[in-house]
Design a protein. Structure first.
Length: 336
């Protein structure tokens, strides 16, 4: 794709981007229009367009979103995007066609789970896995959670054939909780690893560069779908998926072939009304007419804490789901 074409459309959309400026011949900067950037400082601008090989990418250093320029344009201006697609294919001498959406590809192989990767619900769980299972039990998750989670003390050996040098981030001989990321057919395309002595989750992917969704293998797309941030939180609701992060709308954009109908989908962020990134994501979803949960005062931070505290999570979610004007009013009350 021509670099000049990307730059042309970056300049065309620049008037819609607050504090837009070219920092060099190949780098442009603006306030992020996806997360809203900083609410405390109107001068901060943490969105960047930059050249990568033969195309431009967009990345925000506040919300962490990273997109090819074409995908950014598609989200921000449908009219300009249609012109961009037309001109791109005219330049290449091809018949215009829709910009390819990120989709879940059919699996090309079946991953054989490493012999030292242990399902935590196993009746003959090795002694060195008991501490990991105890951690899950102490989180007071539903009993069914153990069957969806794994443990290992050989994380480096498991990952090295799959991700190469990236496996250096984990070590053998240490206990890790393993949260598998699976396609709809159950094939692993990645996993999150949590060392029990730390609160950090490390995500590895080897079957898909952009998808990072937990729970696809158990999802019933004919029923109402709940979309949450964290995998462990998703285990506290029926028919829920987790985006492994707070950009729930962005995560849904990667599921264009998963038959998720947004009219049957409720977005559920953590109860963090003082977190400007979270409130920006919620505000964007409300503005887009999405069905969202906006929490009442006095509740714990996330679904796992609510479930552990004895709350009926499903009842809370159903009672505090809003859309349209009702969501706008509740958002004004909730955000601090």
């Amino acid at each position: 794709m021509s670099i000049w074409l990307d730059k042309k459309y970056i300049n065309l959309i620049s008037g819609q981007l607050p504090r837009f400026a070219w920092k060099s011949d190949t780098v442009a900067n603006c306030r992020c229009v996806i997360c809203g950037d900083s609410e405390k400082s109107r001068t901060k601008a943490r969105g960047y367009f930059f050249l990568n090989k033969q195309t431009y990418l967009y990345k925000c250093h506040d919300c962490g979103v990273a997109l090819p320029f074409g995908a950014f344009l598609q989200r921000h201006s449908r009219a300009l995007f249609n012109e961009y697609v037309m001109e791109r294919f005219q330049e290449q001498g091809n018949t215009p066609r829709p910009y390819p959406a990120v989709s879940i590809p059919p699996p090309t192989r079946t991953l054989v789970v490493h012999s030292d990767m242990h399902q935590l619900s196993s009746a003959d769980l090795p002694a060195d896995m008991l501490g990991i299972a105890d951690y899950v039990v102490e989180r007071k998750l539903p009993k069914s959670a153990l069957a969806k989670l794994y443990g290992t003390t050989r994380a480096h050996s498991f990952l090295t054939p799959l991700v190469g040098d990236k496996a250096e981030r984990v070590k053998d001989g240490l206990p890790y909780l393993v949260i598998p990321l699976r396609f709809t057919d159950g094939e692993w395309y990645g996993a999150q690893f949590r060392l029990l002595t730390r609160k950090e989750y490390i995500t590895f992917r080897w079957g898909h560069d952009q998808l990072r969704v937990f729970g696809l293998d158990a999802l019933d797309t004919t029923q109402h779908v709940y979309v949450v941030e964290g995998p462990l939180d998703s285990l506290c609701l029926p028919n829920a998926i987790a985006m492994c992060g707070s950009d729930l709308c962005g995560g849904l954009d990667t599921l264009t072939r998963s038959d998720i109908d947004l009219t049957k989908c409720t977005l559920i962020w953590d109860n963090e009304p003082r977190n400007s990134q979270i409130t920006s994501f919620v505000a964007r979803a409300v503005k887009g007419g999405k069905s969202v949960v906006i929490w009442p005062d006095g509740l714990p931070k996330d679904l796992n804490d609510m479930y552990a505290g004895g709350y009926s999570v499903s009842s809370l979610v159903n009672a505090h789901t809003y859309q349209g004007l009702g969501a706008e009013l509740e958002l004004q009350r909730w955000r601090k």
